[in-house]
Design a binder for this molecule. Structure first.
Ligand code: HAM
Length: 431
């Protein structure tokens, strides 16, 4: 006799159940509506791609690529013999790959795309950090790197966060230079870091050689005073990068967008140039970044495409939802409006027809498939949280008037079909 195995969701993954799923759908809808108002359009890319795509764009020395990707061998039958594939850890690389593959550089103006869906990183799971998590992201690709684009992308984010009621958000902003000035700064930084190497822990010591900028990301309290004394990128930007950053700040001022400059905001992906930003929100503890983004001029070229500028961001949907839930200020989402309580053989066809009409009016309607005594029906309607019970018995069918009971206060009214539909529809619009 084999023992029955209890299956559970795999560590770092989770089920999103009702009623939370309604909040998720609402949030994603708000994001789509906001992005579309800024003339971004949806792009859907595969969930797995060639591992090299991520290695080349995100960077082989980053945590994401070096230890967090879910990688598997591609089957030789599908024609990519010997190649490795990975579940996507983020969306920007795929969007750039699709931009090149479909020749989108020939489209007029800048190409503005948004996406939503699951991403995968083998991180240590904790509150707000999952191995399958969700992002809503947006990217602008094309010939222009005007700071007004950066500012508009940030404005879109601020507008969305306000719309969904995310609280106590802070926008952190930095410029990490370009391929002219950053390598010089990185060498300067590495030199300084080597001088104080002994004062750092093992992780930072390793990063001094592999990726010194990442040392600035350290959260270890004992490393903070040393980091504070290091040279800052803002003092080492080339003239073009300094001008670009200055103009971006003017553009943000024009839009009344508050931000804090943070010279240590270097981000964990290698493709960034110039503008980087992050947004934190309340109620999230240590994993408090709800959004990260920045400019990645040159990434498309690095992936074999034409010279292209790019900027974008991704919101961590799991964290945005957590923060909204923590605030306790949840949106009012439509629930079950009408429970059709029917009894009697003649009542059933009328109940089926009425349920369909009400649903056509946009109402959420529950119709029991089996006959129940009115008392039991009303009890179930109550438990399901229905706003109204529509009572249909043989008498109602004979008279053509129906009893509509508001469950909160047991108020009852008798209405003929046209009045009933009109009343419930106006209720719905007012709700
Ligand atoms: P990222 O900063 O790696 O950037 O991720 C963006 C957001 O995704 C984070 O701020 C966080 O809210 C969420 N996130 C990341 N990892 C996890 C996780 N393990 N669990 C839950 N949430 C997580 C990017 O992915 C870039 N592609 C953003 C971008 C787009 N830059 C330019 N364009």
């Amino acid at each position: 006799m084999s023992e029955k195995k209890q299956f559970r969701a795999i560590k770092g993954t989770r089920d999103i159940l009702p009623p939370d799923s309604a909040l998720w759908n609402w949030f994603e809808r708000q994001a789509r509506d906001t992005f579309e108002a800024y003339s971004f359009r949806d792009i859907r890319t595969p969930i797995f791609e060639d591992t090299d795509l991520f290695a080349r764009s995100v960077g082989t020395d980053t945590d994401i690529v070096s230890k967090e990707m879910y990688t598997f061998a591609a089957s030789s039958e599908v024609g990519s013999e010997g190649d490795q594939m990975s579940l996507r850890p983020e969306g920007t690389a795929s969007v750039c790959r699709a931009y090149i593959e479909h020749g989108m550089h020939t489209l007029p103006g800048n190409v503005k795309l948004y996406y939503g869906g699951p991403m995968f990183r083998r991180e240590r799971p904790q509150r707000g950090r999952y191995r399958q998590f969700y992002q809503m992201g947006a990217e602008v690709l094309g010939p222009s790197d005007a700071p007004g684009i950066d500012a508009e992308v940030i404005e879109m984010l601020v507008v969305l966060f306000r719309r969904v009621g995310l609280e106590k958000t802070t926008l952190y902003l930095n410029s990490i230079g370009c391929k002219e000035c950053r390598p010089k700064y990185v060498e300067l930084l590495r030199g300084e870091l080597r001088g104080v190497k002994e004062q750092f822990g093992a992780d930072s010591q390793r990063r001094i050689e592999t990726n010194p900028l990442r040392v600035l990301d350290s959260k270890l309290p004992e490393e903070q005073p040393i980091i504070e004394k290091l040279p800052r990128i803002s003092d080492h930007l080339c003239d073009d990068c300094r001008a670009h950053f200055g103009k971006l700040k003017d553009e943000l001022a024009l839009r009344n967008i508050a931000y804090e400059e943070n010279w240590r905001l270097v981000r964990g992906l290698d493709y960034y140039t110039r503008t980087t930003f992050e947004v934190t929100a309340a109620g999230l503890g240590s994993q408090n970044a709800v959004c990260g983004g920045g400019r990645y001029d040159g990434l498309v070229e690095l992936l074999g495409g034409p010279p292209t500028k790019g900027i974008g961001f991704a919101i961590g949907t799991d964290r945005a939802i957590l923060s909204i839930q923590e605030s306790g200020k949840l949106p009012h989402l439509p629930g079950l409006a009408v429970f059709v309580a029917w009894m009697g053989l003649k009542a059933y066809p009328a109940a089926v027809a009425m349920a369909r009409k009400l649903r056509d009016c946009g109402l959420i309607v529950e119709l029991p498939a089996e006959e129940m005594k009115f008392k039991k029906s009303l009890g179930l309607a109550d438990k399901l949280g229905a706003k109204y019970a529509l009572i249909i018995g043989d008498d109602e069918v004979a008279s053509g008037t129906y009893t509509l009971k508001r469950l909160a206060d047991a108020n009852q009214q008798k209405l003929a079909e046209p009045e009933l539909l009109e009343y419930l529809e106006s209720e719905r619009r007012g709700a």
